[in-house]
Design a protein around this ligand. Sequence first.
Ligand SMILES: *Cc1c(COP(=O)(O)O)cnc(C)c1O
Ligand SMILES: [Zn+2]
Length: 413
Amino acid sequence: MKPSSFVTHLECLVCGKTFPHKNIFTCPDCGVQGILDVQYNYDKISQHLTPNTLNLRPLNHWRYRELLPIAENIPLPHLHIGWTPIYDVPRLAKEIGIQKLFIKDDGRNASSSFKDRASSIGVLKAMEFGFNKIACASTGNAASSLAGLSAAVGLQSFIFVPKHAPEPKVTQLLIFGATVFKVQGTYDDAFELCRASCGKFGWYNRNSGTNPFLVEGKKTAGLEIAEQMKDNLPDWVVVSVGDGCTIGSIGKGLQEMKRLGFIERVPRLLGVQAEGARPIVDALYSGNDLLPAQTKTLADSIDVGVPRNWRRAIQQIKLSNGEMITVEDEEILEAMRQTGKLTGVFGEPAGIACVAGLKNAIAKGMVKPNESAVCVITGNGLKDIRSAQSAVGEALNVEPNIGAVEEMLLKKY
Ligand SMILES: *Cc1c(COP(=O)(O)O)cnc(C)c1O
Ligand SMILES: [Zn+2]
């Protein structure tokens, strides 16, 4: 396999030291903090990636393959990834008090979450580097997505989930044929156990917090927002934040599209964390390095006490002149109801936290009512039915006759 000829090298986000493009995780000088960033030859990319060439390409995230660190001519997974729809949702906009609101429904990816963007790169890197086994630790979505993509390309997958991972996500894993370890501990325990197991058993580690290639897949959401919205680019891109990879890479994707001349400015990033899991918000506004935190939130996908990619998240938020905000669990549930009812899109708690965060940011004056925003709905609501049930009431039990229906309608309205 011929490695990408568009990738030039990897660069440490802490000390700036550079490394050749190879199977490597963090910078040896900086330890686990030394997240590596993939660097490209943008002059060369700009000769291949133009509005004209893009027009001829399939509507999935492989259309940006020069901007992805994947081997040339590697066979691509058959599952559909990316180019998720962006909807204009005026009734939800009115409800939360902003002039123009869009939602990008990333629950429409193959395994029903944003994580497919990263996992699709993960399996290709494993193959490029000669592995046939791959592993990850995840609160759920990264895992189910990796298991699905592994099934699609024929890799064996090993998954570490915390004991509180929602059942539907664990069921997805088992259906996709993964070996699943339910770790009797937190996500952070699962993360460490996975890292140690990859070292000991020789598996490729998909953990997006520290794997420099995975986050490149997540950046395609930013590339898509730029391309899909170039004629009405929003003021804000709103994203929920756990490890920080998602917002950091969406920021990178938007910056690249500016650099390549597809857009003239980069929208401001608004990062949203749960009030019960806010270490990156605290690091951003204190100016200090991140302090690990105890966490508690029903939004399992962003329940991260020790985020690995906080530096990239903060760097991109600052570069875009962005902000961060927190939301209470109750506010997430409220936003789930409102988004479902006013748009027909059903998101999981972490997927909808961004909508709740935008509402808070408007209330605080951070976002102005006359501005525009796109919220990235990162996961489908069916992935965590229990939380959704706590957001809504019960169905109406009715006797099978029209009189009973009429009576109920009178009572309800
Ligand atoms: C993983 C995930 C996030 C957050 O992404 P990070 O890279 O951890 O910040 C948000 N929403 C959903 C549904 C996720 O699965
Ligand atoms: Zn370094």
